[in-house]
Design a binder for this molecule. Structure first.
Ligand SMILES: [Zn+2]
Length: 143
């Protein structure tokens, strides 16, 4: 289940939508989201994409009715929260987008994000074990 307190701790002391620093962006059907997905199967506030201080990207479901499904290496699973990379695919209701597409849309709306993100996370890769690691470094999960 979703551990809201743990997620809150990860982003404590930071302001939404500001960079540098960890920041989070809302995804959903309502027009006040940072990324608007206009489909009836998408919840009004469906999920959040968080840019952490260490450069990693955390995707968090916002108790959506249809759930958030992450596809990595051709395997799909419903997630409450998961680290993601730009090549991962995410399904919100019936809508499928890539993490990279969402980042690109956020960059258009928040030019400061381009600098902050590219400085901190230029080399994130998905390890064969499913964890996120930096290129050329040992995997934190499988070594
Ligand atoms: Zn690994």
């Amino acid at each position: 289940m979703k551990d809201a307190e743990r997620v809150g701790a990860l982003t404590s002391g930071t302001a939404r939508g500001t960079a540098p620093g960890a920041c989070s962006f809302r995804i959903g059907r309502a027009s006040d989201n940072d990324i608007v997905l206009a489909d009836d199967t998408v919840s009004r506030h469906h999920a959040e994409l968080r840019f952490l201080d260490d450069g990693r990207l955390l995707l968090c479901d916002s108790k959506s009715s249809q759930g958030t499904v992450l596809t990595q290496f051709d395997e799909s699973r419903e997630v409450d929260e998961a680290f993601v990379t730009p090549t991962d695919q995410v399904r919100f209701g019936d809508m499928t987008v890539t993490v990279g597409d969402m980042i690109e849309e956020l960059r258009l709306k928040h030019p400061e994000l381009r600098t902050a993100y590219e400085e901190r996370a230029p080399t994130l890769r998905r390890c064969e074990c499913g964890a996120v690691k930096r290129e050329g470094e040992a995997c934190p999960e499988c070594g």
